[in-house]
Design a protein around this ligand. Structure first.
Ligand SMILES: Nc1ncnc2c1ncn2[C@@H]1O[C@H](COP(=O)(O)OP(=O)(O)OP(=O)(O)O)[C@@H](O)[C@H]1O
Length: 386
C-alpha cells in the first residue's frame, strides 16, 4: 500500500536564516550644549538595503550618521552593527576604525602623496599585495576610474576624486556604507552619472548603506527606503513610493516638490474645492481641511467654447520647462470661488492665455489633512473629481 509522506520542515529554519540587521539605531538622542538636535531616533538598515536619510539643512542627519560611524560619542540610546552593540552611553564606544564601515563624505580627502591605485589599496592592508591590487582595480573599473590608476589626486577633477573616494570606501567590501552627501559637490550632469555608477556598485557588492541627502530626487533614485527627518525626529519611513503616494503629513508632501494648497470645510465627509470634491470622512464634520494637490494631479482638457472663457477655469499662462510644461490656471468652482493653481504636464503643451479648460483630478496625487490648528487627522484623498 502506498503511503503519503508529509514533509516536516524544522520549525527553527526561518529564525536561523533571518539576516542580521546591518545597522540599528535605537532611542538615539543627541545635544550640542543645550540644543537637542536628535530627539529619540529609531532606524534600521537591513543587509543589502540602501536607506536614505533625507531632510532639510540642520535637521540632524549628519549628526546621526556620525553617531552611527562612531565619530560622535553617543549620549543616549544604542547603536548596533550586525547585532553587536557598538555604542551604549557610559558602557561601550567602539571607535570608528573598529566598526568596519565604509565612509565617504561630500569632500572626501584623498592622500595626496599616494597614486589613485595606492589610495584605494590603502584600506586593504590585511590582504596579500596581488589581491589588494586586483580588488582596488576592480572597484576603480566599476566607477570608471581604472585608466587613472597611476595618476595622483591633484591631477584629477573634483568628480574624479569623488569617484576614487567612493572606490576606496567600497574596496574593503564593508557590510555597511555610510555616505554623507557624497555627490553634492558635483555639477548636475556628473552627479547623475556618479550616482548611477555608485548605485550599481552598491547593489553589486550588496553593501547595506545609509546615505544622507537633502535632495528628495536623489533619495528616490538611490533608496530602497527613505527616512525623512525634520527637526531631530524621523517623520516618516518607507519606500520612495510610500512617502510620495501616502505621505503622513503636509511636511512630507511639500518636501517632495511644489504643491497647490486649497482649503475647505468637511461637509458630509467631503471637501469641495474649485477643482473637485474629495473624500475626507476621517475628519470631523464641519472642521477645516487642507487639500494638497500636486501639479501633476491636474489633468487639463481644452474646451471649445471660448466665448464663455470667464465662466470656466482657464489658462493664465503656459511655460515650457523642457521635459514638462507648467500651466498657470485660474480654477472656478460652481459657487464662484476662484483659485490660482499650477499644473505640470509632460512635453510641449502650451495653450493660449485665456483658453477655457476642464480640470480633472488624479486622486492618487491629492492629499487631505486637518487644517493647521484644526482637530487632528490626516488621510489620502479617495474622492471623486467634480
Ligand atoms: N559640533 C557641533 N557643535 C554644535 N552644534 C552643532 C555641531 N554639529 C552640528 N551642530 C548643529 O546641530 C544641528 C544639526 O546639524 P547636522 O549637521 O546634523 O544637520 P544636517 O541635517 O546634516 O544639516 P546639513 O544638511 O546642513 O548638513 C544644526 O543646528 C547644527 O548647527
Amino acid at each position: 500500500m502506498a503511503t503519503t509522506k508529509t514533509p516536516t520542515a524544522p520549525t527553527h529554519t526561518l529564525e536561523a536564516t533571518a539576516p542580521v540587521t546591518a545597522l540599528s539605531l535605537s532611542g538615539v538622542r543627541h545635544r550640542f550644549d543645550q540644543h537637542v538636535v536628535v530627539k529619540g531616533v529609531e532606524l534600521t538598515v537591513e543587509p543589502g538595503e540602501v536607506v536614505c536619510l533625507l531632510g532639510p539643512s540642520g535637521c540632524g542627519k549628519t549628526t546621526l550618521l556620525r553617531i552611527a560611524a562612531g565619530l560622535e560619542v553617543l549620549q543616549e540610546g544604542r547603536v548596533s552593527l550586525r547585532g553587536d552593540t557598538v555604542a551604549a552611553p557610559g558602557r561601550r564606544h567602539v571607535p570608528p576604525e573598529k566598526r568596519s564601515v565604509g565612509l565617504a563624505f561630500q569632500d572626501s580627502a584623498l592622500f595626496p602623496h599616494l597614486s589613485v591605485l595606492e589610495n584605494v589599496m590603502f584600506g586593504l592592508k590585511p590582504l596579500p599585495a596581488a589581491k589588494r591590487r586586483e580588488r582596488a582595480l576592480a572597484r576603480l573599473e566599476q566607477l570608471g576610474m581604472a585608466n587613472y590608476a597611476d595618476t595622483y589626486p591633484h591631477m584629477l577633477s573634483g568628480g574624479q576624486q569623488q569617484r576614487v573616494a567612493l572606490a576606496r570606501a567600497l574596496a574593503p567590501e564593508p557590510r555597511l556604507m555610510l555616505l554623507d552627501e557624497p555627490f553634492s559637490s558635483l555639477d548636475a550632469r556628473l552627479r547623475d552619472q556618479i550616482r548611477d555608477d555608485t548605485l550599481h556598485v552598491l547593489k553589486k557588492v550588496g553593501a547595506a548603506t545609509l546615505l544622507v541627502t537633502h535632495d528628495p530626487e536623489e533619495a528616490m533614485f538611490m533608496a530602497d527606503r527613505i527616512a525623512l527627518m525634520r527637526d531631530g525626529t524621523i517623520v516618516q519611513t518607507g519606500t520612495p513610493r510610500e512617502l510620495y503616494c501616502a505621505p503622513c503629513d503636509p511636511f512630507v508632501v511639500t518636501f517632495f516638490g511644489e504643491v497647490n494648497e486649497l482649503s475647505g470645510v468637511v461637509t458630509n465627509g467631503k471637501v469641495t474645492t474649485p477643482v473637485g470634491t474629495v473624500e475626507a470622512g476621517w475628519l470631523p464634520e464641519g472642521s477645516d481641511a487642507t487639500v494638497m494637490v500636486r501639479p501633476e494631479a491636474l489633468r487639463i482638457t481644452e474646451r471649445p467654447d471660448s466665448a464663455t472663457a470667464h465662466e470656466h477655469s482657464h489658462v493664465v499662462m503656459a511655460k515650457l520647462l523642457g521635459r514638462s510644461s507648467l500651466i498657470h490656471l485660474c480654477a472656478h468652482s460652481q459657487s464662484g470661488e476662484e483659485a490660482h493653481l499650477h499644473a505640470r504636464v509632460p512635453g510641449v503643451f502650451l495653450p493660449a492665455e485665456g483658453q477655457p479648460v476642464t480640470i480633472d483630478l488624479d486622486l492618487s496625487q491629492v492629499f487631505v489633512f486637518a487644517a493647521a490648528g484644526a482637530a487632528a487627522g490626516a488621510g489620502t484623498a479617495h474622492g471623486e473629481a467634480e
